[in-house]
Design a protein around this ligand. Structure first.
Ligand code: ATP
Ligand code: MG
Length: 405
């Protein structure tokens, strides 16, 4: 009989992974609180359960596993719910990270404390337990600072501090995005930023995902930290790339992850890589499902699914075959009510455009962008050279007109 694979969360960005699992001939099931979740359209069985509610998800999944069909593997894509995935995997006795590792990747403070213990290079950090303590640190520290919720995602409440900023507002804003009401402060490290994605197979870390992050709009969206896509392959030297990959390996082991996916945020400060964070899940933003395969030929999601099923993955399957330029850019229309969207069909027809996803429709209200989920759409461009791919991406963004009043 076919093996059964479970995706926790059936959101839009999980759709390509669900389709990949179907192509692999699996019986595919998914959980989500929203019965209209986009991924549900493609699964063999949908299970309704809030992905953040561990108890509810475990109950629903266990019932399916015991009474309908045993589940052989589990993953989540573009949803930051490692604790739910870990508890499900451990309850069913299938491959997953430990609950302790899942806790460490969900709590930026605990993660940094663990990294500090293991001497993994990270920015200076401190827990902030009151506004007074924030004021005190802000006056004392001589380097740029960034304030963030301990346990949020999507850059919500992540703020670069400056003298011009109302510190009290920043504290309240950041705090409002922490489910446990905790914020922390870090040194803001200047330098190129990269996103990585790796599969850890029996203690061996393979990192075919390596993208230069684009922060050209840092000033425009200040104090929020909003990324405008990424460029692959990286322009960083081979030496730096190797040291980033070694750092990811140390960081994964520090968190106790010897099997599974790790998604890294890294900054290269004064030519040395520092870990900003490591997530224990498949990436969002179509990095794992589109950018890595387009850039390298590596079927990253296919490997992650098969690995989660306990299949052996050979190093060659995770080794890039080539380095084809891929450029990702986001849409940032003027805030207001959307009255017209044009140019999408033309952009989709441009040779080299591999994705053009518009996330707003006529009648929607676009607010100021304060986090990554608030971006209005995304395009992916490929070309023979990186310069051509960047030009194509820019032209695609220019041609999509989202008019607002
Ligand atoms: N100490 C730092 N130095 C430099 N840049 C930083 C630092 N902390 C955060 N950033 C930038 O801000 C981004 C968002 O911060 P962080 O990853 O901590 O929040 P998040 O909510 O997990 O965001 P996301 O889900 O997009 O990763 C980082 O990916 C990085 O680009
Ligand atoms: Mg992050």
């Amino acid at each position: 009989m076919n093996k059964t694979f479970l995706f926790i969360s059936a959101g839009l960005e999980a759709v390509p992974a669900i389709l990949r699992a179907k192509e692999l001939g699996l019986n595919v099931i998914a959980t989500d609180a929203d019965s209209n979740a986009p991924g549900f359209e493609y699964v063999d069985q949908k299970l309704i359960a809030d992905t953040y509610n561990i108890e509810e998800t475990v109950r629903v999944v266990k019932h399916y596993h015991t009474h309908i069909c045993p589940i052989d593997g589990v993953l989540c894509v573009a949803a930051d719910i490692p604790k739910t995935v870990s508890v499900v995997a451990n309850t069913l006795g299938i491959l997953g990270i430990t609950e302790h590792s899942a806790f460490l990747v969900s709590d930026k403070l605990a993660m940094k404390q663990q990294f500090q213990k293991d001497q993994i290079p990270i920015p200076w950090f401190s827990e902030i337990d009151s506004f007074h303590s924030l004021e005190h640190q802000f006056q004392k520290k001589k380097f740029p600072l960034i304030l963030k919720p301990v346990d949020s995602r999507g850059a919500r409440g992540v703020l670069r501090l400056s003298k011009e900023l109302d510190l009290k507002w920043a504290y309240e804003e950041s705090l409002s995005h922490s489910p446990t009401n905790r914020v922390m402060l870090e040194a803001y490290l200047e330098g190129p930023q990269v996103s990585t994605e790796s599969l850890v197979v029996d203690g061996q870390v393979f990192t075919p995902g390596f993208s230069d992050r684009n922060y050209e709009y840092l000033q425009r969206f200040s104090p929020f930290v909003i990324e405008n896509g990424g460029d692959l392959p990286s322009y960083l030297s081979e030496n730096i790339q190797t040291s980033v990959k070694q750092l990811i390996q140390h960081a994964a082991f520090s968190l106790g992850i010897t099997n599974g996916v790790v998604k890294g945020d890294v900054v290269i400060h004064n030519s040395k890589p520092y870990i900003i964070e490591l997530a224990g899940r498949l990436s969002g933003g179509y990095f794992c499902t589109h950018e890595i395969p387009l850039n390298t030929g590596v079927d990253f999601v296919g490997c992650a699914i098969r690995h989660a099923l306990g299949e052996k993955i050979s190093p060659s399957e995770l080794t890039p075959e080539y380095q084809k330029p891929v450029v990702q850019r986001y849409l940032f229309p003027k805030p207001g009510k959307v009255i017209r969207v044009t140019g999408v069909a033309e952009v989709k027809a441009m040779p080299g455009i591999k994705m053009c996803e518009i996330r707003v429709a006529v009648g929607d209200t676009i607010s100021k962008v304060h986090s990554h989920p608030a971006r209005s759409g995304v395009i992916l461009a490929t070309a023979e050279t990186s310069a051509q791919a960047r030009l194509l991406a820019a032209s695609a963004i220019d041609n999509i007109r989202i008019e607002t009043t």
